[in-house]
Design a binder for this molecule. Structure first.
Ligand code: SF4
Length: 65
């Protein structure tokens, strides 16, 4: 399993991560980003893509593979 962490002090709810990894990151009804902190290894590429596109560099992978 992968552990995903988002620094809420950095996140500006831009939502780019949602486009890259929709199974992990979603925008709720208030347009606030919510995420699943523990996801299956199969999401690794998507999470890495989300890390790359996040303009605030708020996403990190706590443990991988
Ligand atoms: S891309 Fe980054 S700043 Fe935007 S919602 Fe996702 S974590 Fe937050």
């Amino acid at each position: 399993m992968l552990k995903v962490d988002v620094d809420r002090t950095q996140c500006q709810n831009f939502g780019q991560c949602v486009l890259e990894a929709p199974n992990v990151f979603v925008l709720n009804a208030k347009d606030e980003m919510e995420y699943t902190p523990v996801v299956d290894d199969s999401e690794l590429e998507n999470v890495e893509a989300a890390i790359d596109v996040c303009p605030m560099q708020a996403i990190s992978l706590v443990s991988g593979r």
